[in-house]
Design a protein around this ligand. Sequence first.
Ligand code: AMP
Length: 411
Amino acid sequence: MTFEDFNFDASLLEGLYSMGYKTPTPIQEQAIPTILNNRDIIACAQTGTGKTAAFLLPIIQHILHAPTRHLNTLIIAPTRELVIQIDQQIDGMGYFCSVGSIAIYGGNDGITWEKQKRSLKQGVDIVCATPGRLIALLQAGDINFEHLQHLVLDEADRMLDMGFMDEIQKIIKYLPQNRQTILFSATMAPKMRLLANQITKDAEQINIAISKPAEGIVQQAYVVYDNQKEAVLKTILQNEDYQSVIIFSSTKENVKLLEKSLKQFDNSIKAFHSDLDQSEREDIMREFKARKLRILIGTDILSRGIDVDGISLVVNYDAPPDPEDYIHRIGRTARASKAGVAITFINQKDQGKFSKIEALMGKEVTKMPLAVELGAGPEYNPEANKHKFTKYPPGKKKFNQKNKKNFKPKN
Ligand code: AMP
């Protein structure tokens, strides 16, 4: 199948070819004809599958043929990074056909806020927004969806996880009932399914390789004690083939600590977390995309929707909380069928979690041997190690004051 088979206008084809897209991905093959036929969609697809273009291309095609141009489409996404990225993709695909869009998200200054309101007044075809900021605009009467034709909820499961259910229900009350609704979600838990059924009508269900990482990702794991992680990481980073690296850690405190200790080893490194303001986050992303920065360390805030091509290595410094997060994190590499490596550090406590990830993928991840000078790591035995919290190799365990049985106060 080719993009020509969809009968897109020449100007739209030119835009997508200029972005380097040659053939449609499976989600695009399935979703584009359905959206062109005005049917609602409930799609289960992870990032990295080409899902953004799967909804943007047919929507832009609809806009090009709309009898009159009004605010036509609302796209709601969980984070400002994702909103900005969708907006950039519209710019790229719509470059030769002058489709206008605006990204609306919180956390910016009064000037940007005013600019957003002005652009809305001047008229745009597509609004991409985070739920919180959109509600504020709706309540202030600054946005009018009277002529809306298409509603897209992107990464809907993440929006529910972030507690946006009420906001989404509220936003929907402001929209015309007669519209096309397109919902993308990486997972379909019962709560998600309920919302999906509530807001769509006679939707076509599309399921793309749920919970399977993209082909082309080489997955490896190191079974380690916590105090071995840093040394293993430094050895891995010595490999110069890894030119663009993302490291995930569980908390922003850990991210900051790790940034500090790795900085002494490689200066081309920055941390990305929610304590940075929007412009700092954008600067870091820009540097990383432009390859001025080799290593980015972040929490899961980085794992969704960050669209940077050619990431050669993803490291899970801490095992992700659940299998879906694992898929999202490692999906930062090997985007759109390119190759990449994903390495996870598994301590004893995380072995149970990691075995669930393997079960979900239906695949065992190769456990790599540790360098001899690091000493032996723990045994990989998820069942037996489920409740163990040993940070140090045997014999090196620090005295634990909380362990009352062993605790003898000095007198
Ligand atoms: P997404 O799943 O929307 O986050 O897209 C993942 C990546 O694939 C992005 O970098 C897109 O620009 C890219 N992409 C999307 N569709 C195609 C395509 N048909 N051919 C090549 N790359 C694509």
